[in-house]
Design a protein around this ligand. Structure first.
Ligand code: NAD
Length: 369
């Protein structure tokens, strides 16, 4: 007859302990705990520290450890700063440029035009740099016109330094758009097409996060956040897909989601951001299916904690978060924007020709545990 495994194991262990002692190398320790724990749990349920850590005991019975590393903290509030208060991002050095190591030609983006939203700084800027180093021309689209212009200039300057022998420089242009506004998106798309003649690739990196607990989250800020992260992604992706279909040209699109689209970060509360990034991930899958017949691939990159102006602002305001964050990452490190250069180039290029609707997590293993 069926007997639960724990009872069967206990009976077996009790039988073993009633047998005459035999000489063995197995330490006594291995045989005792299961039977004694089980017997004690039966007799003195309420005071058993393990039972206190189960649903048999009321909340708080196991002390301060309960949910300690798995809960949000409502006292953490981070409001996204005005643009004037955001630090400028440098272009990175020595990561692109001329090299003589052999690599697959499929990774090349030569003769392509790539549009990167939110490309004036942070992840967008450095991904743009990787895209240019891989051979593409680039259109930086951003809310911050001056910074976009400055970054476009610095990017070409850096490229020139790293490729002194090249006669033809990449064409890098800067354009204004508020990605959450359909008219502004259409104007930017027309401007980019007028300057570059076409668009082959899109990377949607414009986005931001804020931290308020869900109940007290100001509603206008939720709408703004969804407007930029979700509607902005939607508007640019559909605009570029329409242009590709009109040209009957193949293309590929990479949307920047976040690991927050798959997990709930702790301890900073950010429900609308998490939901927005889940939406971005699923938009990528949905577009991938809708546009597969037009040879347009759509994939998502979900970064983990990367050190940019966005995360630096949160960590400057809450320095204790640094240790909590890195303690939750299996590799023990935050990423840097350069860690996305290869991922974005791979997904845009023909090296990933048969990949569409995928979510590539670049998070040091965060979402695995
Ligand atoms: N930094 C991280 O740790 C991290 C992690 C996961 C995902 N992400 C995502 O990566 C993307 C880039 O983040 P980042 O850290 O580089 O941020 P960032 O603030 O450094 O850069 C974001 C850029 O987007 C632009 N932008 C903001 N609102 C815009 C709008 N309405 N229209 C046009 N441009 C706008 C900003 O001007 C800025 O240049 C975001 O979507 C973010 O959610 C970042």
């Amino acid at each position: 007859m069926f007997r639960p495994a724990v009872v069967r194991q206990t009976v077996k262990t009790l039988n073993q302990s009633s047998r005459p002692a035999v000489t063995t190398n197995t330490p006594q320790l291995f045989r005792r705990p299961l039977s004694t724990t089980f017997v004690r749990a039966q007799k003195d349920d309420k005071n058993d520290p393990l039972v206190k850590a189960t649903t048999r005991a009321p909340g708080g019975a196991a002390g301060e450890s309960e949910g300690k590393y798995a809960r949000t903290d409502e006292s953490l509030v981070v409001e996204y700063p005005d643009d004037a208060d955001m630090p400028r991002s440098p272009v990175v050095q020595g990561r692109g440029g001329m090299h003589f190591k052999r690599t697959l030609a499929q990774f090349s983006l030569e003769n392509r035009v790539t549009l990167v939203t939110g490309g004036a700084r942070g992840l967008g800027l450095v991904m743009g740099q990787g895209i240019v180093a891989s051979g593409s021309n680039l259109a930086i689209v951003d809310l911050n016109r001056d910074e976009a212009q400055e970054s476009a200039h610095k990017l070409v300057e850096q490229f020139q330094k790293e490729n002194p022998g090249l006669e033809e420089l990449p064409k890098v242009t800067a354009h204004y758009a508020d990605v959450s506004n359909p008219d502004s998106v259409n104007n930017a798309l027309s401007e980019v097409i007028a300057k570059h003649g076409k668009i082959d690739h899109l990377v949607t990196s414009a986005g931001f996060t804020e931290n308020f607990d869900a109940i007290n989250y100001p509603y206008d800020r939720i709408q703004k956040l969804w407007g930029v992260n979700v509607n902005g992604t939607y508007l640019f992706a559909t605009g570029v897909a329409k242009h590709l279909m009109e040209r009957k040209a193949p293309g590929s699109i990479v949307m920047i989601g976040s690991m927050s689209g798959a997990i709930v970060n702790v301890p900073q509360p950010q429900a609308p951001y998490n939901a927005a990034k889940a939406a971005v991930r699923h938009l990528a899958s949905s577009f991938a299916v809708e546009w597969a017949g037009h040879d347009i691939r759509v994939n998502c990159i979900s970064p983990g904690y990367m050190l940019t102006a966005l995360t630096r602002k949160i960590l400057d305001d809450n320095p204790e978060l640094r240790d909590k964050w890195i303690s939750l990452i299996p590799t023990g490190k935050m990423g840097v924007p350069e860690d996305l250069m290869g991922a974005v180039t791979f997904l845009l290029s023909d090296a990933s020709k048969y990949i569409t609707g995928a979510d590539l997590r670049v998070d040091g293993g965060y979402t695995l545990t």
